[in-house]
Design a protein around this ligand. Structure first.
Ligand code: G4P
Ligand code: NA
Ligand code: NA
Length: 194
């Protein structure tokens, strides 16, 4: 998505070896018009798949997931990362290890909001190692829900998440695909192929 790549070029900052900071439109301040355009892209791409629900993980997945769900005309459910204070026996849970932060999180979704009648579109802000997506896939499996696809705003192709999803034959749409970082400069994967 050209408009997104232009924003990454203009406002993104590469931190260290493998982190892209995009706090001005995605991970802290949120650009609602860009988010809506991205939601429309996801909805258009997955329009014929019979999606009944959009799933994401709090917090940065919520904005793009909400816009995709609005455009598809289906509900959005976000997995929670923190243990509920109320009873936990009505929850699907999965463990998500973050390589970036070297922490382990339990994510959970109420059994009330996901069932075997659902066909799910998983949306997230970043696809890095694929651990968040993997946790949501585990939850869908536990619920008996079908997975129609995965949509991410930005994927980093040089990490393992992209191949993880492709290997499972799950349709994947990344609105921006980063092949590498070159001296603090973002190289998109279509630029590398040319
Ligand atoms: P994974 O789910 O693909 O395995 O991601 P990983 O564990 O590597 O990343 C952990 C957290 O860091 C995730 O956010 C993920 O979205 C975020 N992240 C990964 N790579 C980048 C990057 O290059 N730039 C930015 N800005 N974030 C990145 P999270 O812990 O779920 O936090 P939240 O922001 O959704 O609350
Ligand atoms: Na995220
Ligand atoms: Na994030």
């Amino acid at each position: 998505m050209k408009r997104l790549e232009e924003r990454i070029d203009a406002e993104g900052r590469v931190l260290g070896e493998d982190i892209l900071k995009v706090d001005s439109f995605l991970n802290h301040q949120v650009d609602p018009e860009l988010m809506q355009a991205m939601g429309d892209e996801f909805a258009h791409y997955f329009a014929d798949m019979g999606i009944t629900k959009v799933l994401t993980v709090e917090s940065s997945g919520i904005a793009p997931a909400l816009m995709a769900s609005l455009s598809l005309g289906v509900p959005m459910v976000f997995a929670r990362k923190h243990k509920s204070l109320t009873l936990t026996d009505n929850l699907y849970t999965a463990t998500v290890y973050s390589f970036t932060k070297q922490t382990e999180n339990t994510i959970s979704i109420s059994k009330s909001f996901l069932s075997a009648d659902d066909k799910v579109l998983i949306i997230d802000d970043f696809l890095a190692n694929g651990q968040a997506v993997n946790g949501l896939l585990d939850i869908c499996e536990a619920a008996g829900a079908a997975v129609g696809g995965v949509g991410v705003v930005i994927e980093k192709r040089f990490q393992r998440g992209h191949q993880f999803i492709v290997d499972r034959h799950i349709p994947l749409l990344a609105l921006a695909s980063i092949a590498s970082f070159d001296n603090g400069h973002v190289v998109f994967s279509h630029e590398k192929e040319q």
